[in-house]
Ligand binder design. Sequence first.
Ligand code: UDP
Length: 478
Amino acid sequence: MAELGMDVPQPHVVILPFPAQGHIKPMLMLAELLCHAGFDITFVNTDHNHTHIDQSGFHSRFPRLRFMSIPDGLPPEHPRIFSGRLAPDWLFSTRSVSKPKFKDLVISLSQETGRWSPPTCIIADGIMSSAIDVAEELEIPVITFRTYNAGSTWINFHITKLIEKGEIPFQGDDMNRPITSIPELENILRRKDLPSICRVEEVENPVLQFYITETAAMTRASALILNTFNELEAPVISQLGSIFPKIYTIGPLHALLESRIKDHPRSDSSNGSLRKQDRTCLTWLDSQPSKSVIYVSFGSVVVLTHDQLLEFWHGLVNSEKPFLWVRRQGLLGMDEEVGETPAELMRGTEERGCIVGWAPQEEVLAHRAVGGFLTHGGWNSTLESILAGVPMVCWPQVADQQPNSRFVSDLWGIGLDMKDTCDRSIVEKMVRDLMEGKRESIRQSSAEISRMAHDSVQEGGSSYCNIDKLIEHTRSIM
Ligand code: UDP
């Protein structure tokens, strides 16, 4: 994937992610890979995020990658995350407010004179159908990038069918009931493993309807991109082939970047993070024995109550394992006051704990001292853990985290599912089981799947080849 000469006309791809951390990071990694192949890239942020992403490193490494921004329709002080979920008005304003602004932006890009050619392709986030509308209106080819794994994407395509069969809605009733009508996942899913949007009182629920509409809109794109790898999800990827003529599985993207761009500085601050990383935890990890530390992070959206925070904290301290815990600003929602900390927690944390506001997660998971990950099961975190071969305890809260946790525990056998409980004794037991190797098969499967993930991004591997096919496809639709 060598850089091509400037004289050959190259694709100009406009990339529009949904403006949340878990969407921006993988789409920015794709932007880097496409730039490296010689493409021009316009990456569209929201005004709200624009200044939070450190762009300096990108500018020097990728002169053909530029950032632009449009409003998301919400006032600056709006929290955007509400009760540990993407706020519904944020979701809806991507259609009402961002769409016309995005259209104006793409029109202005088409009229540019000078070094940038008109856009030849739009890559739209799988929940930004407004970008698909704009692409159609302006007759620009469009590809969709769903930041879920293949399994969760496949489930989303079945929600309408599940409603017709009376499986949805449900509200805490009969949560162990098997879901048997999703091919390839018949023996895996129970009600409680369906995405959190299914836990509603009525099918008219606007957020449920939002996801149904967005998922249907994806089929209007010429191809689907997923941050997963064939060897992990082959049967479901093959099923998705009945919906999408072309599917490019190019994950784990952070490993593909390192494989394709030899001097890629993954450890610098230019990695699409909206928060500043505290790297001191790497020094703390250096002082810990091999595979002794449980890393704890619930991603960028999940919110804990005070009680849940205390249950996790007691469980971690009682497990007597060293722990590195990310407690980002906003983890306790609007209420940042922890109150008085019980003395035993203070003591246990001083002796064995390290707490940071935001960690360099990929490096943390790759550190030799980390032996387990207590995670919310967001797809990026899960994939990063898979690559690093670190077994997981999953505590899913929203969106695709419910199915992801089930895949981790029962499909791939690389962790434990702590769904729908939050109790200090269970936290302690699961952390001990994971860290003390009581589940040997989990360690073995984690190592095996990690090797498959590494192989997929090496020359000749599935994701390595698929990025070339995606590049070819994007050139062919110019
Ligand atoms: N992340 C990070 N530092 C942290 C916690 C998370 O860099 O302290 C990154 C993590 O590596 C992942 C992303 O934030 O790439 C979170 O995405 P994910 O899909 O796991 O969860 P979400 O935040 O969307 O719920």
